[in-house]
Ligand binder design. Structure first.
Ligand code: MN
Length: 137
């Protein structure tokens, strides 16, 4: 089985490098630091999962997530909010923007790759968000 493709969207170089380093063993990894480059990178790299920083130069992660989830070509990409603050209200905001999960920073290097895989597995088990849950016939 081929490795999943992970795109790290993060404007803090240290965080981006650490995340890339930790994911490198189990994923094909690419990274982008500026919000204005994200859509072009998604189109060329075609990630299975995106680690999405929320506060970015050039834009913000929530708007990018809404954009990705509104486009059928990218709606199935698992988006994991990559955020330093994940209080209850923030989580509701992340979910309503379309984030499938979140991982708090700073990352726990011993668990990070497993957390990403777990979010992908959870998403794969859920019915598509656009569906109403009915099974016809
Ligand atoms: Mn940031």
């Amino acid at each position: 089985m081929s490795k999943p493709r992970a795109l790290i969207v993060e404007d803090n170089l240290e965080n981006a490098e650490l995340a890339s380093f930790v994911l490198d063993e189990g994923f094909i990894v690419d990274a982008v630091s500026d919000a204005t480059d994200v859509m072009r990178k998604v189109a060329s790299f075609r990630p299975d999962v995106i680690l999405m920083d929320i506060k970015l130069g050039g834009g913000d992660g929530l708007s990018l997530t809404r954009q990705l989830k509104a486009d059928p070509a990218t709606a199935e990409i698992v988006v994991i909010a990559f955020t330093a603050f994940a209080m209850k209200d923030d989580e509701a905001q992340l979910r309503s923007a379309g984030c499938d999960a979140y991982i708090a920073k700073p990352i726990d290097v011993t668990r990070f790759a497993d957390e990403v895989l777990a979010a992908m597995a959870a998403k794969a088990q859920r019915p598509h968000q656009s569906g109403d849950g009915h099974l016809d016939g």
